[in-house]
Write a protein that binds this ligand. Sequence first.
Ligand SMILES: *[C@@H]1O[C@H](CO)[C@@H](O)[C@H](O)[C@H]1NC(C)=O
Ligand SMILES: *[C@@H]1O[C@H](CO)[C@@H](O)[C@H](O)[C@H]1NC(C)=O
Ligand SMILES: *[C@@H]1O[C@H](CO)[C@@H](O)[C@H](O)[C@H]1NC(C)=O
Length: 216
Amino acid sequence: MAKPLGTSNFTLVLIIFLYLLTYCFHIHIVECQCQKTKGKASLFIFGDSFFDVGNNNYINTTTLDQANFEPYGETYFKFPTGRFSDGRLISDFIAEYAKLPLLPPFLQPSSQHSYYNGANFASAGAGALVTTFQGSVIDMETQLKNFKKVKSWLRNKLGKGKSQNILSNAVYLFSIGTNDYLSLFVTNSSIPISPQYQQMVVGNLTTIVQVSRKEK
Ligand SMILES: *[C@@H]1O[C@H](CO)[C@@H](O)[C@H](O)[C@H]1NC(C)=O
Ligand SMILES: *[C@@H]1O[C@H](CO)[C@@H](O)[C@H](O)[C@H]1NC(C)=O
Ligand SMILES: *[C@@H]1O[C@H](CO)[C@@H](O)[C@H](O)[C@H]1NC(C)=O
């Protein structure tokens, strides 16, 4: 995602992003109607560079998928956190409005990691398809596996009932899909953006949402 884009590619990516954003918020409205319990909701965050707060700092990848160098981060954090942004990401603002602390990257090694407020699994460059930037990113299947690890952590700490409460009242944020198209340009792929390809992206995206709904 770090590569400078031509205007037309950028417009395409922007349109896809806006579409996905609308799609995400639609899902959230549906989720929120199911919430009955009061109190703070945790945030579980999945996806690509729009939400990656530094998970890719901890994987073997290239600078194309990393943002842990200057001038990233100089305004708000005063150091490059790994966010593809000078300041906070949309998911950070959502956490702030929800009165939650900003979530660290799931892969950040820390003796006092806790997941009571949720977790951020996002990886710059990831797509709905496992094949998108394969080997350079944490793909969505792996992100969902990491979510399962957090589920086990919560169950061990809190027991089945309380951990289930957290999971079913949580908000799940996804930003995924732009890289499935972007990667074709960046890698000069011969794969055309055909209706079949789009169907595959949307099909995998749908599966991701369905699996995570079942998991929660
Ligand atoms: C990281 O990836 C590069 C290129 O794919 C590879 O040559 C290298 O061995 C990898 N390093 C580790 C520590 O896995
Ligand atoms: C893609 O094609 C452009 C223009 O032909 C070239 O400059 C670039 O190095 C190519 N990128 C890759 C990853 O092959
Ligand atoms: C998901 O993508 C794979 C290719 O990576 C494809 O074979 C599969 O059919 C897609 N699944 C759906 C439900 O579209």
